[in-house]
Design a protein around this ligand. Structure first.
Ligand code: CP
Ligand code: NVA
Length: 340
């Protein structure tokens, strides 16, 4: 297995074995961190992290992981670089890769991070695009495996805007890891046929299934016994960063039936867990949630506070695991065997 010098742009670029190896390395890094053992393996490296959209977890995970590995970090905020305004993506990539050992990018189209990677001589890591969020899926599967002790044969249901970036990466990761995937949401918000077909091909090879449905009853299992109930219920915001705020009203109407509340959780197995990439609108303690509530009269959105705060909810384990998995991605792609 060779990760050195590679980009981390989407889950489907990696083999099943490579992804499993990444999860194993992440577990090791978590052990080291919890044991308080230093692992400053790259004291002479520098990375740039570019954010064209806001972030808490991803930015902090890249920064803390980099510091733990002994690296220096330059953070460029949504308005802090020339990229896209005064300088092309290709030129930015060629400049940054003369200065840095790795580049993280969070922003809009996947074509932007693909172009950065094409013109960069150093690894480029995708910290979320409109189309996918691969480091999120890695952290999520670390959390799922930690909880259940295994992955193959489990069933994960993503409920809501089932064509968003997080859902797309979870579908790909599920197919790779032999986890049955259910995309449960309204017909208007289904994942693209092209991606579903690609993931189905992978899923067939790994003995799992992809189910696209608008019926929440699908979480109970299906008559063909392809899966016998849902182990993981996953939610994300109903309107993603970069989408037109005017769409709130339409989205709320489309997605209200898919709110993850206790009734919906009860359709999953008794042992089911709840996951959310965060940030989440589960109460009125944010300005966006208050504005939306004032306009549309909905105090809890994609998940109720009851589910979010319940024992089933592992959302803060997930948030922590972002750091261990991001550290893994940077370590593996920057680490030359002879540096050992
Ligand atoms: N889950 C996630 O990517 O969170 P941030 O937007 O805070 O980075
Ligand atoms: N789908 C969300 C994920 C945030 C981590 C968004 O893109 O805003």
């Amino acid at each position: 297995m060779n990760f050195y010098g590679r980009d981390f742009l989407r889950i489907l670029d990696f083999s099943e074995d490579e992804l499993r190896y990444m999860l194993a390395v992440a577990r090791k890094f978590k052990e080291l961190k919890h044991a308080g053992r230093a692992h400053k393996l790259f004291p002479n490296k520098n990375i740039a992290i570019l954010f064209e959209k806001t972030s808490t977890r991803t930015r902090c995970s890249f920064e803390v992981a980099a510091y733990d590995l002994g690296m220096n970090v330059t953070y460029l905020d949504p308005s802090g670089s020339q990229m896209g305004h005064k300088e092309s993506i290709a030129d930015t990539a060629r400049v940054l890769s003369r200065l840095y050992d790795g580049i993280e990018y969070r922003g809009f189209g996947q074509d932007i991070v693909d172009t950065l990677a094409k013109y960069s001589d150093v690894p480029v890591w995708n910290g979320l695009t409109d189309e996918c969020h691969p480091t999120q899926a890695l952290g999520d599967f670390m959390t799922i495996e930690e909880h259940f002790g295994y992955l193959k044969g489990l069933t994960l249901a993503f409920v809501g805007d089932a064509r968003n970036n997080v859902a797309n990466s979870l579908m790909a990761m599920s197919a790779k890891m032999g986890v049955n995937f259910i995309a449960c949401g309204p017909k208007e918000l289904r994942p693209s046929e092209e991606l579903v077909q690609k993931c189905e091909e992978v899923a067939r090879k790994n003995g799992c299934t992809i189910t696209i449905t608008d019926d929440v009853a699908a979480l109970e299992g299906n008559a063909d016994a392809v899966y016998n109930g849902t182990d993981v219920v996953y939610a994300d915001v109903w309107l993603s960063m970069g989408e037109d705020k005017e769409k709130w009203g339409e989205r709320i109407e489309q997605l209200k039936p898919y709110q993850v509340n206790m009734d919906l959780m009860n359709r999953a197995k008794d042992s089911a867990i709840f996951l959310h990439c965060l940030p989440s609108f589960h109460d009125l303690n944010t300005s966006v949630a208050r504005d939306v509530n004032e306009k549309f009269g909905i105090p809890e959105m994609e998940v109720t506070n009851e589910v979010f705060e319940s024992e089933k909810s592992l959302v803060f384990d997930q948030a922590e695991n972002r750091m261990h998995t991001i550290k893994t991605v940077m370590f593996l792609t920057l680490h030359k065997k002879e540096e050992e």
